[in-house]
Design a protein around this ligand. Structure first.
Ligand code: HAM
Length: 414
């Protein structure tokens, strides 16, 4: 019985699973950096006001935030999501727009843990600030989509909606409130629909779903500029061959969204946690954080959820081996010490056994490591200044001069 475990809702990610994370992050970085996005590192905690400003009406901020007073009496919160931090950094540093940023970072939400829902989860995301050109919406949505495609995920649906702006949303909310007044809603939303009627559309309970079947749809009531913007986004996605499904119920769980919103839903996952990513425009957020009026759009993808979806579809497996070469040393260890050092310096991944293990045990470790080659040094090899090179997959072996072995291995692995 261990005394301490990772806190409820958190996980340790160990090899080989962690190698898969590394590959995913590298794949993501490659995809978005090719589109001009640069890495942004921002603090894991912020003044609590940064998050309160962006989501006072949401569970993420009202109920789930890890906020506390630090030793200096400041009220801070662990980041529940990445967008507010990046926009706060933008407002503080005022980089030249368009500002295109990406991140890979942990987020903290005090949620009820379950499969695919953690108290510390990790997001890969982008934020692009400084233009409301609909082409940028298309770029951002297409990037999220191409990450899924590059992972090999085939059963992911892109859901698309528009949440309008400060012109068309308020009258829509009034119409929705009026519609909901005569409907029977779940206990939670019966009490809160007047304040935040959009949340009812997002409710997964049968009673709210039935009640909203015929609810007015914001996409039907968009003002002319929002409708034109949304039409351009759809035409752009069509032109790139990015398939999407219009989802008028898609309201997202954060308050700051305007116009384009989207989610990537993995069919292979349980429906309550099937969003592997989501995002949208937030054209008023920079102002809300005290900056100049600056439109923006971005998305976040949950690393844990992407991995679950990959498992469910049997794609993007963890890499099989950690090193290419295993040095087996029957002379006490000094040959392995020198050889692994030289191999690594030459750019070859190599490992060895310790503690003067038997040859049998060293070969077992070599097999378990997934290495392709074993380099064997025994008394005969030392006397002849050679190394035996055994191909662990093909099963054959040969002898190479000690002085040439590093070069020989390098060539063999190419
Ligand atoms: P979000 O929808 O709250 O949006 O989270 C984005 C993604 O993070 C989700 O689609 C899901 O894959 C993952 N995720 C969220 N919460 C959890 C959790 N408790 N456990 C595991 N995975 C989770 C945002 O956070 C926005 N900042 C996205 C964005 C960026 N919008 C504009 N720019």
């Amino acid at each position: 019985m261990v005394e301490f475990r990772a806190p409820v809702g958190t996980r340790d990610v160990l090899p080989p699973e962690s190698a898969r994370w590394e590959r995913l992050i590298a794949l993501f970085a490659g995809t978005v950096e090719r589109a001009g996005y640069g890495l942004v590192l921002s603090p894991m905690f912020e003044d609590v006001g940064v998050f309160e400003r962006v989501g006072e009406g949401t569970d993420v901020v009202r109920k789930e935030m890890y906020d506390f007073e630090d030793k200096g009496g400041r009220r801070v919160a662990l980041r529940p999501e990445g967008t507010a931090s990046v926009v706060r950094a933008y407002v503080q540093h005022r980089p030249t727009p368009p500002f295109k940023a990406w991140y890979a970072a942990p987020n903290f939400r005090y949620e009820r843990p379950q499969a695919g829902r953690f108290r510390q989860h990790h997001q890969l995301g982008v934020e692009a600030l400084g233009t409301d050109d609909a082409d940028l919406d298309v770029e951002v949505v297409a990037l999220a989509w191409s990450v899924c495609a590059a992972l090999g995920l085939a059963r992911v649906t892109l859901l698309l909606n528009s949440l309008g702006d400060e012109v068309c949303r308020p009258p829509y909310l009034d119409a929705l409130r009026e519609f909901l007044t005569v409907q029977e809603l779940c206990d939670e939303h019966a009490g809160t629909y007047e304040k935040n009627p959009l949340r009812v559309l997002d409710c997964k309970r049968d009673i709210c779903r039935a009640a909203t079947d015929d609810a007015p749809r914001l996409v039907d009531l968009l003002c002319e500029p929002c409708a034109a913007h949304f039409a351009r986004v759809q035409a752009g996605l069509d032109s790139l061959g990015v398939a999407y499904a219009l989802q008028p119920r898609l309201v997202r769980g954060l308050d700051y969204y305007t116009r384009t919103t989207f989610e990537l839903a993995a069919e292979a996952l349980d429906s309550a946690q099937n969003a592997v990513g989501g995002g949208g425009r937030y054209d008023k957020l920079a102002e809300a954080l005290g900056g100049p009026a600056t439109p923006g759009i971005g998305f976040g993808m949950g690393i844990e959820r992407l991995m679950l979806a990959c498992d469910a579809e049997g794609v993007f497996p963890a890499p099989a081996s950690t090193v290419d070469v295993w040095v087996v040393d029957a002379t006490g260890g000094s040959a392995a010490l020198a050889l692994t050092h030289e191999l690594r310096a030459a750019g070859v991944s190599a490992d060895r056994s310790f503690d003067g293990r038997s040859m049998k045990s060293q070969f077992k470790s070599a097999d378990r490591s997934g290495a392709r080659l074993a380099l064997v040094v025994g008394d005969n090899e030392v006397a002849a200044a050679t190394v035996t090179v055994r191909d662990l997959r093909a099963g054959d072996q040969g002898t190479v001069a000690r002085a040439d072995v590093v070069e020989h291995v390098r060539n063999k692995l190419q």
